[in-house]
Design a binder for this molecule. Structure first.
Ligand code: KG4
Ligand code: ZN
Length: 355
């Protein structure tokens, strides 16, 4: 029997230094042999967002060690790795450069192919690691830097149906958290606080809810929350604001996803709906999108919770699919900080990176 390909993935696009080793599996999924993620929360905590120079320095300091750890844990010898897959964009250029240069060095030293990966494609394929999922499918990508509805037609084939016109959803969570005096990244903490609050206490705006198709907007929420926080009197009101924010986000996603379903079905018959990216870990969002999908006869597919936020397993997963098609890259490939999944889609948003 021929050996199934084994890919080492490297991720360093923002504030996680991550390396994983995956082996191609049955049914188009993969076996995780190791998956190491080192987050830089402590480095950026006091700044309320990611500081690019500090992030790059931390990647440089850790990437060797994380790779050794990932190889040790996988029990795979470096000579048994078939290719090195690495994130080459989008993200912070100083951070991308660290991972990409490291991967180039590793690939050439073991004389194996280099495969560059779009970080967003990593999120898009993350549920494939553990579940059977065939193309095409509808994707809602919700992370710290991106919020998009995409029709995923095949590997590297994306059609954007809608996008945020200002802040990404993770960014909206993080900014709200900051206004409530909560450390970065605030998303998971807002979710926790919201469980103790009254979701009907504060009425928040739902920008462009009745226009713009399935495009989204979250910047107006921040302004409203800033105004309310100035008059907050006690802890309970903080919880109420977190709960009202969480409920408003759920309502926005409910309405916009309905529109996205309609857009998607204009050209497709299947009804698979993937929700991926860091914010896909949010239980309230998972519940509301499960409910809506049932009503519209869609099947929801989420990545494992540990694979929602940035990791290198998802990068190696794309690596496996590209490896099987012999889609290899040259060693002079440059990082691409604004690498869009749908290159024909109109540019509607800012820098496309976290905070
Ligand atoms: O995918 P990710 O790890 O990084 C990017 O590629 O951006 O997403 C990080 C974002 C952060 O904004 C974080 O606050 C948010 O995901 N996040 C959450 C939750 N867990 C992470 N937001 C809401 N609820 C959560 N449970
Ligand atoms: Zn990400």
């Amino acid at each position: 029997m021929t050996k199934k390909p084994i890919i080492l993935g490297v991720e360093s696009s923002c504030d996680e230094t991550a390396v994983a080793v995956l082996q191609d599996g049955e049914n188009g999924n993969a076996k995780i042999l190791s998956n190491i993620v080192s987050s830089q929360f402590e480095v950026h905590k006091e700044f309320g967002g990611v500081v690019p120079e500090l992030a790059a320095r931390s990647h440089l300091e850790k990437i060797d060690l994380i790779t050794k750890k990932a190889l040790n844990e996988s029990k795979i010898k470096i000579s048994d790795i078939d290719a090195i897959a690495v994130t080459a964009g989008p993200g912070l250029i100083v951070c991308l450069s660290v991972g990409l240069n490291f991967a180039k060095g590793l690939a050439s030293s073991i004389n194996k192919p280099l495969i560059v990966v779009n970080h967003l494609e990593g999120h898009a394929l993350s549920p494939k690691i553990n579940s059977k999922l065939e193309y095409p499918y509808l994707l809602l990508l919700i992370s710290g830097g991106h919020t998009q509805y995409l029709s995923v037609e095949g590997l590297g084939q994306y059609k954007r149906l809608g996008t945020t016109i200002d802040d990404a959803l993770g960014e909206a969570y993080d900014k709200t958290a900051k206004l409530l005096g909560i450390d970065f990244p605030g998303g998971p903490k807002i979710e926790k606080l919201s469980e103790k609050g009254d979701p009907n206490k504060f009425k928040l705006p739902k920008p462009i809810i009745n226009k713009g198709g399935c495009n989204l907007s979250f910047a107006g929420l921040k302004t409203a929350i800033l105004r309310i926080t100035k008059n907050i009197k006690n802890e309970q009101e903080k919880f109420d604001l977190a709960a009202s924010f969480q409920k408003t986000i759920e309502e926005i996603l409910y309405e916009k996803t309905k529109i996205a379903f309609g857009e998607y079905l204009k050209k497709n018959n299947d009804r698979n709906f993937v929700i991926a990216g860091g914010v896909a870990a949010n239980k309230g969002i998972r519940n509301i999108l499960n409910k809506l999908s049932k009503e519209y006869d869609f099947k929801t597919i989420f990545p494992e919770l540990s694979l929602c936020s940035d990791n290198a397993a998802m990068i190696a997963m794309v690596g496996i699919e590209k490896y099987k098609l012999k889609l290899f890259d040259k060693l002079d490939f440059k990082p691409n900080p604004r690498w869009a999944l749908d290159k024909d889609a109109k540019f509607l948003k800012g820098a496309g990176v976290k905070l």
